[in-house]
Design a protein around this ligand. Structure first.
Ligand SMILES: [Zn+2]
Length: 326
């Protein structure tokens, strides 16, 4: 467990807090005979492995970011509308945490990693994937296939570290439309210029030996792509299927479990084509709710596996419980 950054943090905090508690006790013998247990801070679950037929699927919490729901969610709504809706849903009106969750599939023949997280350099609260991978029982050299769902920084940031591939033995898979969009660099929005530079630096070098998927394509036996364009020009979602059990890794079809799923038509600030993003959400929600297909999502609350149910004219996210432990 020493490779788990969260347990290291906890131990360090404990040492510090324990020292302070002893000092306080020494200064006040009249107090309780026992020092109060120190406060240790929020500790998030960060690894969840479950079964899907003969496959093992592991979700790993690369990290999180905190901010405000608006204007990312309800980008075409007023701040007041979004704040009132958040409150009505029992969420903080002006604060939000969003997670980054990587999915690793062991098919029994190959280890397939979906996206590579933020990388260690981007922010202090993310970039944990490489350490968690080890804590979960894998080595970076064991990864056979790295699939990039789309080219945004939270998905490509961990492809390289210090100009070297983090997963040195992997084959790389990209959606062709997505890869071409970033490589060509036409019609890049001002806010995405740095993103494009990053893609050129960390993703394009893999182009030589990559596999490019167009429409529905096979990654390995049991994993195939399905186009989910809108959030980015060529984002791919992926069906993962073993022994008749199937789930959809929908990448960023929804970026929030309440705002995106219950209000699919609300524009999302990060979406490349906001109307196409909304159309894809509605199409995918309708499909997975009608066919009762479980979903893994990069920004769904950890452990990021659940179901979408119809709720009146809209939808809601229902987290899985023990469904996939059995
Ligand atoms: Zn994302």
């Amino acid at each position: 467990m020493s490779d788990n950054p969260f347990s290291t943090t906890r131990r360090d905090l404990f040492k510090l807090a324990g020292g302070a508690a002893v000092a306080a006790f020494g200064g006040s013998l009249a107090g309780s005979a026992k020092a109060a247990a120190p406060m240790l801070g929020v500790m998030r679950p960060a690894i969840y492995r479950f079964k899907l037929g003969a496959f093992e699927v592991t979700n790993l919490l690369d990290g999180y970011v905190q901010g405000s729901p608006h204007p990312t969610f309800g980008n075409n709504q007023t701040p007041e509308t979004v704040q009132a809706y958040a409150k009505a849903q029992g969420l903080p009106a002006t604060k939000m945490e969003n997670v980054y969750v990587n999915t690793l599939v062991n098919t029994g023949k190959e280890l397939v990693l979906f996206d590579t997280g933020n990388g260690r350099a981007r922010m202090a609260t993310a970039g944990k994937l490489p350490d968690l991978l080890v804590a979960a029982g894998y080595r970076p050299e064991q990864i056979d296939v790295v699939v990039t769902t789309h080219g945004h920084p939270d998905h490509i940031g961990g492809l390289m570290e210090n100009d070297k591939p983090v997963y040195p033995n992997a084959r790389y898979v990209f959606g062709e439309t997505e890869f071409d969009f970033w490589r060509k660099g036409e019609n890049i929005a001002e806010a995405r210029k740095a993103n494009r530079e990053q893609f050129m630096k960390v993703a394009v070098p893999f182009g030589e030996k990559a596999t490019f998927l167009k429409g529905e394509g096979e990654v390995v036996s049991g994993i195939r792509s399905v186009p989910a364009f809108g959030h980015s020009p060529g984002m791919m979602a992926f069906y993962i299927e073993s022994e008749g059990q199937r789930l959809l890794n929908w990448a960023d079809v929804a970026n929030h479990y309440i705002f995106s799923i219950q209000q699919p038509e609300w524009h999302v600030g990060f979406d490349h084509d906001k109307e196409a993003g909304a159309a894809t959400r509605k199409r995918v929600f309708d499909m997975v709710s009608t066919d009762k297909i479980p979903v893994v999502g990069y920004h769904m609350p950890f452990p990021s596996i659940g179901f979408v149910e119809k709720a009146g004219a809209s939808y809601r996210w229902v987290p899985a419980s023990y469904h996939f432990n059995l």
